[in-house]
Structures are given as structure tokens and as C-alpha cells.
Ligand binder design. Structure first.
Ligand code: CTP
Length: 220
């Protein structure tokens, strides 16, 4: 099935990096995502001739040349708003961002003094961006990532089904030489029909180019 007009480039939204949920102006909850995988995907998608909108959490990387739209976000809610708007006109959304799953219920607008810090903080869930987009997608293809320390394939399959995805990239985190901060990645690509392909260990740039090629073959 063709999901975009052949006469124009494939429009792609890629999310990358971590999100941050602030407790007060100087403290936040987050994760160690470097954004390297998402940025490498953006670079490869540009090289493949796709029109790329990159939505990025706070990272120490510069926007790859050729990206047509760049939105910088901080919180999960910011990311949701940007992705939801961009989703309408895209053909494929690749959700490589590591969204921080919880946020403090109460945010202080002034810096809390060390001596007055609470011993516990009430946390509430952050919107599941992919889950929400999965509910409203029609022609768009939706690609998720799964960051796992346990059963990679079973967890990825669960997320593929529950978030209504067209493909999922599952990678191991918490091991040296793979995942969040590494230049190297390895894992599994599972498509909507359940086909599993393993990749890596290999540099994220190489994996990104291979993934874009696979999406091209499967989706368009
Ligand atoms: N994701 C999202 N919004 C969230 C959390 C995750 O859109 N609030 C997306 C991630 O960007 C990723 C996919 O969902 O593409 C899976 O994220 P992951 O952290 O692996 O899993 P979770 O859905 O958070 O589930 P669990 O904590 O059970 O592993």
C-alpha cells in the first residue's frame, strides 16, 4: 500500500533525546539518552531524500544538515504537543525519544533550599506520546523504540501491539557497548507482521541507514 504521493518526498517526523520533568528551576527527573540514535536516523532519512522534522529533547548534538524543521522540547507534554501537531501531515513518525515516564505532581517555581527539601516527592504519569498517536493514526506509519534490560523480543512485541505500531526497534540498555549513551547499538527490528530481524553490534550511523532502508521497503 502506498501511503504518500509519489510526486513528493516522504515526510518524516523523528523524535530524539531525553525529556526532563522539573521539580524546581534547578532539579529534574530524566534519563541518560544522548539522542545519538534519533539524530543518526534524521541524518539517514535526509540522505534517503525524506523531508525530516526533528523534535528533540535536550542533547549535546547539532541538528543534522538538511533537516527542514527542528523543534526543541523539554518536557514530555512539550514533546506530545509538537509531535501531535506534526503528525497530521507526516507519512511516518519515528519515536526514538526516551520520554521520562513520570513528573512531579507539584512544581516549585523557586529553587527549594537544601535544608527544606522533602524526603519524598509525589509523581504522576506523563502522557504516553506513542500510545496517543497510535489511537489517532490513519495513513501514517508509526515506529516505536523499546529500551529493555529483560526479555527484548517479548517486551517489544507487547509494545508493538499495545501502542498500535507498524514497527518497533528494540534495543538493550544497561550493557556496556549498547543503548543510551553508546555510539554502538544492537537489537531487533520487528515489523507489523511479526517479522524479526536482528542488527548490530554496529555504529548507530550504520544501524540508522539500515533501519531507514527497511522502513522504505516495508512502508512505501
Ligand atoms: N514512549 C512515549 N511516551 C512515554 C513513554 C514512552 O511515547 N511516556 C515511547 C518511547 O519513545 C518508545 C516507546 O514508547 O518509542 C517505548 O518506550 P519504553 O521506554 O521502551 O517503554 P514504556 O512504554 O515506557 O514501557 P515500560 O516502562 O513498561 O518499558
Amino acid at each position: 500500500m502506498t501511503t504518500h504521493a509519489k510526486s513528493r518526498p516522504i515526510r518524516c517526523v523523528i523524535t530524539a533525546g531525553p525529556t526532563r520533568e522539573y521539580f524546581d528551576p534547578v532539579r529534574f527527573l530524566s534519563n541518560p539518552s544522548s539522542g545519538k540514535m534519533g539524530y543518526a536516523l534524521a541524518q539517514s532519512a535526509v540522505k534517503a531524500g525524506w523531508e525530516v522534522h526533528l523534535i528533540s529533547g535536550p542533547v549535546a548534538l547539532s541538528c543534522p544538515e538538511g533537516v527542514v524543521d527542528y523543534t526543541s522540547v523539554t518536557s514530555g507534554e512539550d514533546l506530545y504537543k509538537a509531535a501531535r501537531t506534526a503528525f497530521e501531515s507526516c507519512d511516518v513518525l519515528i519515536m526514538a525519544a526516551a520520554v521520562c515516564d513520570q513528573r512531579p505532581r507539584v512544581v516549585d517555581l523557586t529553587k527549594q533550599k537544601k535544608a527544606a527539601l522533602p524526603s519524598s516527592v509525589e509523581l504522576v504519569p506523563v502522557v504516553d506520546v506513542l500510545q496517543e498517536l497510535g489511537k489517532v493514526k490513519d495513513r501514517q506509519r508509526l515506529v516505536g523504540f523499546a529500551a529493555e534490560t529483560g526479555d527484548l523480543e517479548a517486551e517489544a512485541r507487547r509494545k508493538l501491539a499495545s501502542k498500535h505500531l507498524d514497527a518497533i526497534v528494540a534495543n538493550r540498555v544497561g550493557l556496556p557497548g549498547s543503548g543510551f549513551e553508546s555510539d554502538i547499538n544492537q537489537g531487533l527490528l520487528i515489523d507489523g507482521k511479526g517479522k524479526v530481524q536482528s542488527f548490530g553490534p554496529e555504529r548507530k550511523e550504520v544501524i540508522a541507514a539500515w533501519l531507514i532502508e527497511q522502513f522504505m521497503l516495508t512502508f512505501f
